[in-house]
Design a protein around this ligand. Structure first.
Ligand code: GTP
Ligand code: MG
Length: 744
């Protein structure tokens, strides 16, 4: 059993020699079998300290330097960490190689020039002040690296790792290598030192080579094989650990793990470390402006950072940081882009709200138009450099205006199209609303009071449904119905006025009987204006009752004319102006004068208005210094109708002005006066009624001239004749003025 050297009295120390095919290109092919990489990974396993290239072709001066020290072996240094499940130990590592002269491409000459196989099996190595090797760059620059000497300038070898490259290799025959390995093994066996076969480069391993290598080892007694990859950092520790366990049998037997299983474990470890490191980066790095020197300094003490850098190296750690920063930047840009795009519809609404202006414009022309708008710079910014997301504009937090070149992007183009579409749809909707209303107006099915549910199937076509919401139709329909109903009620009111005879015989202050209402309905029922309110019977009945009430109590409050009620108007005017002539009868009523003005086709109303215009405030009329209250009752229609009666319960006329401006209007006056006299006579039950003072007045014809040859002269003559017949005063336009006034 090999005894561990106890250098410090406690920690066992082992010296391991790593051997395998080496020599000129002719012997080993274009690259070595992986001894150096295996040593490197074991001694300095951190990814940053691992180098894949360890050239063996050296200049004479490098060969003579203190690292190589004219030897054909390298001292890789010592490992002082627990190996696998072992207790603490130290392991010194040397690599047996063959250094080639870069001039002659032959092995460098050295003091002990033996064939490799012989030399590699050496168990006593000596080299005064030989320095520990790090990497190729160290050669010639030894002072830049830690200078650690091989202890005591000598190293007794305790065991061997025999490397077999199972990759395809370059210009190398595997069987030749295996032959070489077999010979080498025989030499090693002679030393009686433990040997472990190490399959290198298993990440590129060829199945047959692996099989053959195993078969070779199986042929030897107690020869264990460990499948490794220095590059992927798989099973390297296990290779050395297995040898150490052979060196110190007190330790448990190493569990040999096949390459792919170990690789899986290693990959999982890397993936987990990567996750943890990315989590750390996302926690530490919140802005895309961060730079690696700062960030790495801040993360240096974090285990997540250390673990990942150990396994994958600083470069990969930096790369992940840069990817994260890039992601942050993309997210930032994306946020800005979304904000700009969200603003774009508002900008378009503000700058080009008119479809006619942009409907048929090319994109380029539309952009020109936008730029020409006075408010353009409120919404947009034109950058010197584009695209905006590759410039400093992305970090200009204060500038919320939309970079104009964004308009060229597909998303913005879509929004522009959507703006156009929106305007077109709005126009179309307006057209549809108009068409719908026209449809309503021309449809014979839409009658007053018809509910929407009944009307819709007649007036809705598919086009309407496509463009407008139901609520819009309901709204338009509702308004239209209101107009229809108002009009129908007005017409019905007119109808009631025309049928005044129906209401003559009702009892005063009594609600009409059912029978009477039946009669009224029957008579009116033939009329279209009655039928129009078919669906609004309750309202129609209410209008009838209201009308009856008005006929028997014709006050301005019940008047269907509402605000336009002449009584109300007259009252209003008289309340503020007009005066009366001198007291005529000396009764209590003396300061008030009620005057009927009779005249067809607006004559009466016109004169009434003119008189009112002469009135002072509160319908006070001043004559010869005396103030009178004047009430005017213009009558233009059939005086048999209660609305046109000379006399009402609230109006007792004191006199009447009869106006005419044509033969026709003169006949109306004559007829009306006669009718009025007749009914006054009837009402007073045969009692002689005092004649109402009358004055016949010829007023100027409006528009003059027309009227079938009625000259002014003939009108005056006719007037004079009629005045005689009616026994009243006649006034022609020329004599207008005080004459009529004296008559009352
Ligand atoms: P000499 O000392 O010159 O005899 O060579 P060596 O046995 O030390 O070989 P070295 O470690 O220098 O490796 C030679 C080449 O093999 C390297 O440059 C790498 O490209 C490659 N190599 C080493 N280890 C691995 C590995 O684990 N996987 C793969 N795929 N390639 C490796
Ligand atoms: Mg080497």
């Amino acid at each position: 059993m090999m005894m561990a050297r106890k250098q410090d009295g406690r920690t066992p120390t082992y010296n391991v020699s790593v051997v395998g095919l080496s020599g000129t290109e002719k012997e080993k092919g274009q690259c070595g079998v992986g001894k150096s990489c295996l040593c490197n990974r074991f001694v300095r396993p951190g990814a940053d300290d691992f180098h894949l290239e360890h050239t063996s072709v050296l200049s004479t001066s490098d060969f003579g330097g203190r690292v190589v020290n004219n030897d054909h072996f390298l001292y890789w240094g010592e490992v002082a960490r627990p190996l696998e499940e072992c207790a603490e130990c130290r392991v010194h590592v040397v690599e047996q190689t063959e250094f080639i002269d870069d001039q002659t491409f032959q092995p460098h000459r050295s003091t002990a020039l033996q064939p490799y196989i012989k030399r590699a099996a050496a168990t006593k190595l000596a080299s005064a002040e030989k320095l520990m090797y790090f990497c190729t760059d160290q050669l010639g620059l030894e002072q830049d690296f830690e200078q650690k000497q091989m202890p005591d300038g000598k190293l007794p070898v305790d065991g061997f790792l025999l490397c077999v490259d199972v990759s395809r290799g370059m210009n190398r025959n595997f069987d030749e290598q295996l032959k070489f390995v077999s010979n080498l093994y025989n030499q090693l066996a002679k030393t009686k030192k433990p040997v472990v076969v190490v399959l290198t480069k298993c990440d590129e391993g060829v199945e047959r080579y692996i099989r053959d290598a195993h078969a070779f080892a199986l042929g030897k007694k107690n020869l264990q094989v460990v499948e490794t990859s220095a590059r992927s950092n798989v099973n390297v520790e296990l290779a050395f650990g297995t040898l150490v366990q052979l060196l110190d049998k007190s330790r448990g037997k190493a569990k040999i793990i096949p390459y792919f299983e170990a690789l899986k474990q290693q990959s999982q470890q890397i993936a987990a470390a990567k996750d943890r490191y990315e989590w750390l980066v996302s926690r530490v790095v919140k802005s895309h402006h961060e730079v690696w020197p700062d960030v790495s300094r801040r993360m240096r003490s974090a285990p997540e950072y250390q673990d990942y850098v150990y396994l994958e190296g600083t470069q990969k750690a930096k790369k992940l940081f840069l990817q994260h920063a890039q992601r942050l930047k993309q997210e930032h840009v994306e946020r800005r882009r979304r904000a700009y795009l969200a603003l774009l519809p508002q900008a378009l609404d503000a700058l080009v709200p008119d479809l006619d202006e942009i409907d048929r414009l090319s994109r380029a022309k539309a952009e020109k138009l936008l730029e020409a708008k006075p408010d353009f710079l409120k919404w947009f910014v034109v950058l010197e450099e584009t695209p905006w997301d590759a410039t400093d504009h992305v970090d200009d937090a204060d500038n919320e205006r939309i970079p104009f070149d964004l308009l060229e992007t597909p998303a913005a183009e879509q929004l522009y199209e959507a703006h156009l579409e929106k305007l077109r749809a709005e126009r179309k909707r307006a057209e549809m609303r108009r068409a719908f209303l026209e449809n309503l107006e021309s449809s014979p099915f839409v009658t007053p009071g018809k509910p929407w549910e009944e009307a819709r199937s007649f007036i809705m076509n598919e086009d309407f449904y496509l463009w407008l919401d139901e609520s819009v139709y309901v709204d338009i329909y509702g308004k239209h119905q209101k107009r229809l109903i108002d009009k129908a009620k007005e017409d019905f009111q007119e109808l009631l006025l025309e049928y005044s005879e129906l209401f003559y015989e009702l009892e005063l202050d009594a609600k009409p009987s059912k029978e009477k209402m039946g009669v009224i309905q029957e008579v009116l029922g033939e009329e279209q204006r009655f039928k129009a309110l078919q669906k609004l019977q309750a309202e129609r009945d209410a209008l009838v009752l209201k009308h009856i009430h008005f006929v028997y109590h014709p006050t301005k409050e019940t008047c269907p004319g509402c605000g336009a009620c002449v009584d109300a108007r007259v009252e209003q005017l008289l309340a503020s102006r007009f005066a009366r002539p001198a007291q005529r009868r000396g009764d209590a009523d003396a300061d008030r004068i009620n005057l009927v003005i009779l005249g067809k086709d607006g004559l009466a109303r016109e004169l009434a208005n003119e008189i009112r215009a002469l009135c002072a405030d509160d319908d006070k009329y001043v004559i010869e210094g005396k103030v009178y209250e004047l009430a005017l009752r213009p009558i233009e229609g059939n005086v048999r109708l209660p609305v046109n009666a000379f006399q009402t319960p609230t109006f007792q006329p004191h006199g009447c002005l009869c106006l005419y401006n044509s033969k026709e209007s003169l006949s109306y006056v004559v007829e009306s006066v006669e009718k009025s006299r007749e009914s006054a006579a009837g009402r007073r039950d045969g009692h002689a009624a005092p004649q109402l003072p009358l004055a016949l007045v010829l007023v100027n014809k409006r528009g003059g001239g027309e009227g079938g040859g009625e000259t002014l002269q003939s009108l005056i003559q006719q007037g004079q004749r009629i005045a005689g017949k009616l026994q009243c005063v006649f006034l022609d336009p020329a004599s207008a003025g005080a004459a009529w006034r004296g008559h009352f």
